[in-house]
Structures are given as C-alpha cells and as structure tokens.
Design a protein around this ligand. Sequence first.
Ligand SMILES: C/C=C/C(=O)SCCNC(=O)CCNC(=O)[C@H](O)C(C)(C)COP(=O)(O)OP(=O)(O)OC[C@H]1O[C@@H](n2cnc3c(N)ncnc32)[C@H](O)[C@@H]1OP(=O)(O)O
Length: 269
Amino acid sequence: MSDFVLVERPRPHVALVTLNRPERMNAMAFDVMVPFRDTLAGLSRDNDVRVVVVTGAGRGFCSGADQESPGRIPGIDGLTVSTIALRSMELLDDVVRTLRRMHQPVIAAVNGPAIGGGLCLALAADIRLAASGDAYFRAAGINNGLTASELGLSYLLPRAIGSSRAFEIMLSGRDVDAAEAERVGLVSRAVEPDGLLDACYELAERIVGFSRPGVELTKRMLWAGLDAGSLEAHMDHEGLGQLFVRLTTRNFEEATRARRQGRPPRFAD
Ligand SMILES: C/C=C/C(=O)SCCNC(=O)CCNC(=O)[C@H](O)C(C)(C)COP(=O)(O)OP(=O)(O)OC[C@H]1O[C@@H](n2cnc3c(N)ncnc32)[C@H](O)[C@@H]1OP(=O)(O)O
C-alpha cells in the first residue's frame, strides 16, 4: 500500500505493522499516517489476524508531528488554512481512534523514542513493551510551545499512570526512559532491545491461544471501564486548544528552527 508502512506476518495470526520512515524517526507525516490508519483499519477487518504488533523502523518508534516535510492530507484543495489545520488534527485523531477501535489487541513494541504524537500512538495501543536503554517517552507538545494535550494524551496518560505523574510529565516535557516507564506503569515491561519483538510475539501467541470473543470483549470492557468520560469529546476539546496555540503563535516554527540549529527554543508567546 505504501513504503512508509510495512506489514508482515511473523507468527500465525499475528501481524507486525512497522512505521517505516527511519530517516525522520518515523515522524507523523500525513503520507505516513494515512496509509498507517488505513492499514490498521484493514487489519481490524482481517479475520485471520488475532493480535497486531506496532513498531518503528530504525532507531525511533515515532517522533511525533513531522517538522520537516509534513506532506499533504488528501481532499484539502481549496480549503482555508484554518480548515486545513482542523482536517490535519482530525486525521491524527483518527489514527488514535482507529488503534483504539481495532477488534484485536494491539501491542506497541516501543523500540526507540516515542515523542509527542508518538507517545500518543503508544498509549492508544492496549499493551506496551519498551526496549531498555533505547526507548524513551516525551509529551513534546509543551517543548514545542504548543499544548501537550493532543491526540488523547491528557485523557490516556492519567489513566495509564495516574494524574500526579501525568501532570508532571506533561507539564515538564522531560524524557521518561524505559526503566522509569516500566516502574510507573507506562509500559508493562522493559526488555533488552534485541528481544523486544520476540517478547511481543510471545505475548501475542498467548493471546492467540484464547477465545477470540473472550479476548475482544476483554479488550473492549477494559477500555469501557477506563472511559469515564468520552475520548471522542475529549479529543475535540484538546484539538481546539492545540489548534488555537498552533495558529495564533509562531512557536512551532521557532521550535523547529531551534532544533535544526541545536539550541533551546525562545518562545515569544
Ligand atoms: C499533533 C502532534 C504534535 C507533536 O507530536 S509535537 C512533537 C513534535 N516532535 C518533536 O518535538 C520531536 C523532535 N525530535 C527530537 O526531539 C529528536 O529528533 C528525537 C528525540 C526524536 C531523536 O533524537 P536523536 O536520536 O538525537 O536523533 P536526531 O538526530 O535529532 O534525528 C534524526 C533525524 O530525524 C529527524 N527528525 C527527528 N524528529 C523529527 C520530526 N519530528 N520531524 C521530522 N524529522 C525529524 C531529524 O531532523 C534528523 O534528521 P537529519 O539526520 O536529516 O538531521
């Protein structure tokens, strides 16, 4: 479908989906995210697939919004800048939604940095395993002069690790390494990088051995239990806040420039 998204079947009934833009640390360019979302939706409908593992090619899991070549989303010709921004946010929200709605359990094999939207992707998976020493997490919207509350993060992170830690991590923009991620429950296990995929497959094979409706309904009920409010409504609120800061400041441009120049960003607003 796209060279940016690879699909393999490493074990019976197990699909491995790899974000494949290693030179950009698998940033969320639209021409990566559209096939990623469509691939996931297709696998969800594939009755032969009982577990999906998601990972990143190369050194990164996913480096969040693409700051170099974000690409274009389909069907935006003739729209205003504000509407294009809205559609962009909706597309990325849709990726999170698609992950959440998959029939099958999704295991994130976090092989390297999961930054900004990349952290959101990991959190939208049902289970997370991380490569010790290589994986780390950052709620990077805040580092970019935006909000860290995007793509469900302010909904998903407190539910995963509790509100005290979520507030601290989202407001500090600091890195959380794999060891800490395991300790605070952001991932269920940190494993040696070489054994990461095998650990995911081992877990997947266990799940494949159980009743399909038993597994699907357990997943659904776990999420239903966590959904005290509604993720849909929450993402709408988050998206509006993020768009407001994105469109009314030049902070993201400054953060991109600063990263290219290897200096800390200076936000005017
Ligand atoms: C709605 C969603 C919003 C968000 O997601 S906001 C978050 C936006 N993302 C970020 O702020 C992350 C920015 N990137 C970084 O902080 C670092 O990078 C990493 C932690 C991901 C990795 O650091 P290191 O291991 O030192 O690698 P490297 O040399 O910085 O990056 C390798 C190559 O990957 C490109 N790259 C990294 N992140 C992005 C990105 N987000 N968009 C586009 N390209 C990216 C770089 O430029 C470089 O490329 P070259 O080798 O050509 O210099």
